[in-house]
Design a binder for this molecule. Structure first.
Ligand code: FPP
Length: 248
């Protein structure tokens, strides 16, 4: 089996953690059992990403569309989130991991927002892995919000229409301070993006695995990175141009 090349790691990996419900169903258990075991994978993958030397890890923990799930499941997920964040802050600090959150955080229950804010503040000085939780997040929501912010600046004469570039839009996204992910992983065999980071993944390598999220561990993460490293990223150019670029 080919090995992971530590000199060509993706800086940023984004993950659509999918399959908790099916994992639980396969075991004859309630969906929440799947989410609880999903937290174990969150822990393992965060630790592994830090060990491998990944700089940014974004996890899609709750989408805007997830608000349409049964109320009991939403409550269970939010409770799990609050408990996990409060329990894990110490470990994050011990491992020099800095926590961030993206999404419409105003929509979260107040205890969840508070716990999140505390953990973000408490880990703010850490310089290792940046762990970014996408919560009540969707890319269409994010792009809509960015558009409103830019329109307001035009209205207030702070910027001119002619000044708008791709960079202007990038700077108004909630991911403005993070680099785009080079690698996007989705577990559970579903091959879609589900409204996640649509702007940021324009040139990301996509990796789909049938492994359900609660079974996803360090070796699965390494396999995804190896697959990424075996791909030729051309960014619209042709292979021969890349060889010239590499030799110059
Ligand atoms: C997708 O599985 C998973 C989610 C919607 C939630 C992910 C949440 C966690 C892993 C737990 C909390 C997270 C953190 C960061 C502490 P699904 O329910 O859509 O599975 P299915 O497609 O098999 O039904």
């Amino acid at each position: 089996m080919s090995k992971l090349d530590k000199n060509r790691l993706p800086k940023h990996i984004a993950v659509i953690m999918d399959g908790n419900g099916r994992w639980a169903k396969n075991k004859g258990k309630a969906r929440v059992f799947g989410h609880k075991n999903g937290v174990e994978s969150v822990r393992a993958i965060t630790e592994s990403a830090a060990e491998i030397g990944i700089e940014y890890l974004t996890l899609y923990a709750f989408s805007t569309e997830n608000w349409n799930r049964p109320k009991a499941e939403i409550t269970a997920l939010m409770t799990l989130l609050v408990l996990t964040i409060s329990k894990e802050t110490k470990t994050l600090n011990k491992n020099n991991i800095r926590l961030h959150a993206i999404g419409n955080l105003d929509n979260l229950p107040i205890n969840c927002t508070k716990e999140l804010e505390n953990a973000i503040a408490s880990t703010a000085k850490n310089t290792g892995l940046n762990l970014i939780l996408a919560l009540s997040y969707s890319a269409k929501w994010e792009i809509t919000e960015a558009t409103k912010l830019i329109a307001k600046k035009i209205q207030d004469n702070e910027i001119q229409l002619a000044d708008i570039t791709e960079d202007t839009i990038q700077k108004h996204l909630c991911t403005a301070k993070f680099p785009d992910p080079e690698l996007l992983i989705r577990t559970s065999g579903e091959c879609r993006i589900s409204n996640f980071l649509l702007w940021q993944i324009a040139y990301s390598e996509l990796y789909f695995t049938p492994t359900l999220w609660p079974d996803f561990r360090k070796n699965d993460l390494e396999e995804a990175i190896i697959s990424y490293q075996n791909r030729e990223r051309r960014f619209g150019k042709i292979s021969e141009q890349l060889e010239t670029d590499n030799n110059s």
